[in-house]
Design a protein around this ligand. Structure first.
Ligand code: GRF
Length: 214
């Protein structure tokens, strides 16, 4: 963290934006020492852009280009430029439904984080809560991790557990995981903004000994 100026976040999302809202509220309450520099989305009418605009934050739709699950080259350049112009310190993926590739990852190496709705490395990929439910696990949760070239495979920063109840449906389980995400993500971003996280290979260590498994 550069103490001369606030820690600047670039938030990317494609959906409702509830994790972004949790983060914005934690920032407003002074729990996360950071500011949202820019919010970007590949979905023009996404909730996350509406939530950002409602808070008078810079919010931009950038067309993703011709592919369904990743950005095309031109789009990738546009995302990287927007984030560099906004001078972001950390990129926070909050439901961004496209896999980030080479040039994007190289531009922000070690500075991109994501939240995933399972206890990784179990159930990477789509609809992780449903994968966990269908598998019959008794405990699942959510994971905040650094982003690398794989799918949900980067070093784990923090995890929060959620029990699977006998009368759960995939939907009720998903709702409780979402609520856990809203606690975990601000906690992890705060630690990153404080500079209290050290990465040693795959192991991420919290220098201040903050609780990382809840
Ligand atoms: C969350 O469930 C997160 O785990 C996944 O995308 C979802 C985003 O939800 N990566 P929201 O847009 O923050 O409500």
């Amino acid at each position: 963290m550069n103490s001369d100026r606030p820690f600047r976040l670039g938030v990317l999302g494609s959906g409702k934006g509830s994790n972004f809202v949790a983060l914005a509220e934690a920032i407003a309450q002074g729990v996360v020492p950071a500011e949202v520099a820019i919010v970007l989305s590949d979905v023009e009418d996404s909730g996350i852009l509406a939530q950002a605009r409602a808070r008078q934050l810079m919010a931009r739709y950038i067309a993703p280009g011709k592919f369904r699950t990743k950005l095309d080259e031109e789009a990738e350049r546009a995302y990287v430029s927007a984030l560099q112009e906004a001078r972001v310190d950390l990129i926070v993926l909050a439901g961004f439904m496209r896999v980030l590739k080479g040039d994007f990852l190289r531009a922000f190496e070690g500075r991109i984080v994501n939240i995933h709705p399972s206890l990784l490395p179990c159930f990477p990929g789509l609809e992780a809560w449903k994968q966990a439910f269908d598998h019959g696990v008794k405990v699942t949760g959510c994971t905040v991790h650094f982003v690398d070239a794989g799918v949900d495979s980067g070093p784990i920063i923090g995890q929060q557990t959620v029990p699977v109840l006998d009368d759960d449906t995939p939907e009720t389980l998903h709702a409780r995981i979402h609520a856990a995400e809203h606690e975990l993500y601000p906690r992890c971003v705060a630690a990153l903004a404080h500079g209290s996280i050290v990465v040693r290979g795959r192991r991420v260590v919290w220098k201040r000994g903050d609780l990382v498994v809840g």
